[in-house]
Design a protein around this ligand. Structure first.
Ligand SMILES: Cc1cc2nc3c(=O)[nH]c(=O)nc-3n(C[C@H](O)[C@H](O)[C@H](O)COP(=O)(O)O)c2cc1C
Length: 173
């Protein structure tokens, strides 16, 4: 098979984003409280486990996101890994909607807006924030988890109705 090759510098953005779209990723809604007391949240695919000791996750937020400043300055934030039935929630939090929380069930968990239906909830204390390029990296120590069984909502090649079904899992790590 012939590979399509590109060599930096001058890497076209579209080539880079096309390459990254071929990475299968889970999807999560990251939430926090704004200075005005209202909740905010956005959909991210850039979520990963960062360290075990302390138990930490890493999230990357675009400077253009309205959540960037609230997240960069918050003491705590929430991560909600979505299940396959939550495509609508994913689309809502990927939008620039005025009130993304209007049609989802949520409650305050201290200062963190918690989405009730998410199968994986992590409450995180912010431990590091730094900027690189046009994004901000957030590292949060996990202080609370709530887990329920669900098939994940996953994203591949810009589709997020792609389903990773339990029956197709052949081995575990
Ligand atoms: C599949 C998918 C993955 C995304 N991943 C990220 C991400 O990792 N980081 C990010 O800042 N934005 C990501 N976005 C874009 C935000 O969800 C989007 O810009 C959103 O409108 C930001 O909302 P806000 O301006 O209200 O914060 C993603 C969008 C989609 C559809």
């Amino acid at each position: 098979m012939t590979a399509t090759e590109n060599v930096a510098p001058g890497m076209p953005v579209a080539t880079f984003t096309d390459a990254m779209s071929r990475l299968v990723s889970g999807l999560a809604v990251v939430t926090t409280r704004q200075a005005n007391g209202r909740p905010c949240g956005l959909l991210v695919s850039s979520i990963c486990s960062y360290s075990v000791d302390p138990p930490s996750v890493l999230v990357v937020v675009d400077h253009a996101s309205r959540c960037r400043d609230p997240l960069a300055h918050c003491a705590e934030f929430g991560v909600h890994v979505l299940g396959h039935t939550e495509e609508r929630t994913a689309r809502t939090f990927a939008s620039r909607g005025v009130d993304k929380f209007a049609d989802v069930g949520w409650e305050w968990d201290g200062a963190v807006p918690r989405l009730c239906a998410a199968p994986i909830y992590l409450r995180c204390t912010t431990t590091a924030v730094f900027d690189h390029g046009d994004h901000t990296v957030l590292i949060g120590e996990v202080t609370r988890t709530a887990l329920t069984e669900a098939e994940p909502l996953v994203c591949y090649r810009r589709l997020f109705h792609w389903r990773l079904r339990g029956s197709q899992v052949r081995s575990t790590l």
